[in-house]
Each structure stands twice: as structure tokens, then as C-alpha cells.
Write a protein that binds this ligand. Structure first.
Ligand code: ADP
Ligand code: MG
Length: 198
């Protein structure tokens, strides 16, 4: 658990908004360790494989969309979750290949859950203040839907440990994930905190 890894991607809008430094800083300050990083324009194949590592994702994302519309008393574009999901994937592919992204692997205790907490909920309109999506963007399902585009929410973060393991393998070769020691890890994880007093 102390060595849990998660995938974080700064999406093209995050790079365009010059938020790379601020996003990295929020993950450093909580005590996570950066173990892999690359800057690239993803291909359509990579994006499609990435979003379909969980075979249930299309249905889940479609259902979340329907719930988002219903919560605002607006009719969703379709009543079928999978159909909505496919529509989201089409928009997402266009969004994610529009420019460079920063892909990273962050390691540390509960990194998947901690990073999701730092990133915030999917729809910026409802993401908590203090989270990346809550602090840096104002987008919503309604506005992005009307413009037939993906919700621009600055970052991607793995949703579960299982998702993280599959996603990391898609974006990084095993040699690109570095094993090294951060001095602060002794304070974060050592049982006895010995070795501080001289
Ligand atoms: P998260 O990124 O929070 O894990 P999902 O996995 O459900 O969220 O969705 C992946 C991405 O697809 C979101 O971050 C967002 O950019 C986009 N997205 C999700 N639902 C919609 C929607 N209804 N309309 C437009 N874009 C969406
Ligand atoms: Mg997700």
C-alpha cells in the first residue's frame, strides 16, 4: 500500500492554461513521489485503449452523464448509458489529441485515492473548492454537451488500483518507471522515526 502507484495526466487544456507546475506541486506537497513522466501528443489508439481498459467504463460514464442531466431536471441526450458513453468517448478522443499532455506516475501510500481527492470530481461545476478541477475550471456537462465536446477538466487520474495498474502499462514501459529513494520517505513511513536526533 505504501508503494501504490497511480497515473496522472495533465490534459491539453491544463498544458495550455500553463498549469503544469501548479499541478505537480500539489502532488509533491502531499508527500507523493514522482516515478515516471513524459510529454507527448497521444494517438487516437492510445486514447481509446486508455478509456476502455475498464470494459464497464462506457456504461458507467454514460450513466454518470444521465444522472448529471437529471439532477438539473434536463432531459439527457439519450436514455441508453452505453450510447451516451460512446458519445463521450468520441468527444474525448478529439479533446485528448488536440495538443501535448503530461503523463506521470505518482507513488506513495494510498496514491490512487489521494490523487483522486486532490483532483476532485469529474464535472468542474460540482468539484470541491480546493481541488484541481474545483480551483482551475468552470466547465459543466450542460455547456460541453451543448457544444458537442468533452468536459475540459484539466487532468485525468486513475479511478481505482486495478485501473491504475492497467493504465500505467499502457503509457509507460517498465524501464521508464524509476526506483529511487526520497529522503522524506523516512519521515512519512518509518515506524520509529529514529535517526533524526544526533
Ligand atoms: P474521471 O476523469 O473523473 O475519471 P470519467 O472516467 O467518468 O471521469 O470520464 C472521463 C472523462 O470524460 C472526464 O474526465 C471528462 O473529460 C469526460 N467526460 C465524462 N463525462 C462526460 C460528458 N457527459 N460529456 C462530456 N465529457 C465527459
Ligand atoms: Mg475515469
Amino acid at each position: 500500500m505504501k508503494k501504490e502507484k497511480t497515473l496522472l495526466i495533465i490534459k491539453p487544456d491544463g498544458v495550455e492554461r500553463s498549469l503544469i507546475g501548479q499541478i505537480i506541486k500539489r502532488h509533491e506537497r502531499v508527500g507523493l513521489k514522482l516515478v515516471a513522466l513524459k510529454f507527448l501528443v497521444p494517438t487516437v489508439e492510445m486514447i481509446e485503449s486508455h478509456y476502455t481498459v475498464d470494459p464497464e467504463w462506457l456504461r458507467k460514464v454514460g450513466q454518470k452523464t444521465i444522472d448529471g442531466y437529471r439532477a438539473k431536471n434536463i432531459l439527457p441526450p439519450s436514455e441508453d448509458p452505453v450510447e451516451n458513453g460512446k458519445n463521450v468517448l468520441r468527444r474525448l478522443t478529439k479533446y485528448m489529441k488536440s495538443g501535448p499532455v503530461v503523463a506521470m506516475v505518482w507513488q506513495g501510500a494510498h496514491s490512487v485515492g489521494i490523487v483522486r481527492k486532490i483532483v476532485g470530481g469529474t464535472e468542474p461545476l460540482n468539484s470541491d473548492v480546493g481541488t484541481i478541477r474545483g480551483d482551475f475550471v468552470t466547465d459543466s456537462y450542460i455547456i460541453s454537451g451543448a457544444d458537442d465536446r468533452a468536459v475540459r477538466n484539466v487532468v485525468h487520474a486513475s479511478g481505482s488500483v486495478e485501473e491504475a495498474e492497467k493504465e500505467i502499462k499502457l503509457w509507460f514501459g517498465s524501464k521508464e518507471i524509476l526506483n529511487y529513494r526520497l529522503i522524506q520517505e523516512e519521515v512519512l513511513y518509518d515506524v520509529n522515526l529514529d535517526g533524526i536526533l544526533e
